[in-house]
Design a binder for this molecule. Structure first.
Ligand code: MN
Length: 260
């Protein structure tokens, strides 16, 4: 049984944002950039039962989709006590996939001193980028004319995922945030809040959200923003195409089974 495929085509913000320079009107000429957005894999929650199959599935789906880039928006690991050999195996999968991957640490896999990302050898893999560790907040891909910006969780304290978004330096700006989208006053007691006006202020072409297990669009429509949901629960990832004829195209695609 395949989950239904959700499609959304919304005009990108790169022109509307009024960016300076020759890239502003690159509209038709540039190639289409494809990225796969996922989050909340919670690897290591039950090593015996789930293993790394979920990560393998996401990477296989990205390969099948011929994605230029994979963006994993937090809680990739369930906790920071995950065993070193498990981390080595995870790094091995990312390395073998050979696909540029940006990881934004979330609240479960935050960059505490004993973080999975500091204990594991993630920083040694050239095409794996951990925001807050291998880059401060922004990872640039000049060959794609794209940058990914986000704020890592460094501990368990509250933080503001979308505080002070930067001005773009590439044609495409993808923002990433691991937190709770505020849909009303009943959400205000929560942590890691993401408000509509903060989403709007990113002026990003796409906002990749994590922290929720379910797939859902977010924001007020000013920026194309989606939770990917956990591949375990949503059974899908978001395939985002930047530069498609109709603007920014987001497709919810089912995750393929791992090889295991
Ligand atoms: Mn979370």
């Amino acid at each position: 049984m395949r989950p239904r495929v959700e499609r959304a085509a919304i005009n990108g913000n790169s022109a509307a944002a009024g960016i300076e320079g020759s890239t502003a009107d690159a509209g038709q000429a540039g190639r289409v950039v494809r990225l796969v957005h996922s989050s909340d894999l919670h690897l290591g929650m039950d090593e015996a039962r789930h293993g790394l199959g979920v990560l393998e599935s996401v990477l296989r789906t990205a390969e099948d989709a011929r994605a230029d880039l994979v963006v994993l928006v937090g809680d990739v690991f369930d906790h920071n006590r995950v065993a070193l050999d498990f981390l080595d195996a995870a790094t091995g999968l990312l390395e073998a996939a050979g696909r540029p991957t940006v990881i934004l640490p979330g609240n479960h896999d935050s960059l505490v001193p004993t973080s999975v990302y500091r204990r594991g050898r993630f920083a040694e893999v050239e095409h794996v980028h951990v925001i807050g560790l291998t880059a401060e907040e922004r990872v640039s891909f000049p060959e794609l004319d794209l940058e990914v910006w986000g704020r890592a969780h460094f501990d368990l304290w509250d933080m503001t995922p979308l505080r002070d978004p930067p001005a773009r330096t590439q044609r495409w700006l993808v923002a990433a945030a691991h937190g709770h989208w505020v849909t009303g006053p009943h959400d205000l007691h929560r942590a890691y809040l993401i408000h509509d006006e903060q989403i709007r202020a990113t002026r990003a072409d796409y906002l990749a959200l994590g922290h929720w297990d379910r797939w859902t669009p977010a924001g007020d429509g000013s920026v194309v923003a989606y939770y990917s949901g956990s591949p375990v629960h949503a059974k899908s990832v978001n395939l985002v195409e930047l530069g498609a004829a109709e603007g920014i195209r987001v497709e919810r695609v089912p995750v393929l089974e791992g090889r295991a």
